[in-house]
Design a protein around this ligand. Structure first.
Ligand SMILES: [Ca+2]
Length: 85
């Protein structure tokens, strides 16, 4: 195993950022869903790629109607957030 691989891993680990993502589920019929929801954060340096919103910090049952869910995700440092998809 070459040294460069190890160096790259260290650098990427140091560049990880924690993001808190807040998702409000509307009150339209059928809005509450447990389907797999993915988001992508776009910054001025990079984007996170697709991130699965797996576990809500605020609610055991995520994505219920008129509910705010908080998700904590770890991803690369994308710089200043520009867009969420
Ligand atoms: Ca649900």
């Amino acid at each position: 195993m070459c040294d460069c691989f190890w160096l790259t891993r260290n650098l990427s680990a140091a560049a990880m950022e924690t993001y808190h993502v807040y998702v409000y589920t509307g009150d339209k019929f059928g809005a509450g869903t447990d389907a797999n929801v993915y988001i992508v954060l776009f910054g001025d340096n990079d984007d996170t790629g697709e991130v699965w919103l797996k576990t809500s910090k605020t609610n055991k049952n995520k994505f219920e109607r008129k509910q705010m869910d908080e998700f904590v995700i770890e991803a690369v440092d994308i710089g200043e957030l520009k867009k969420i998809q």
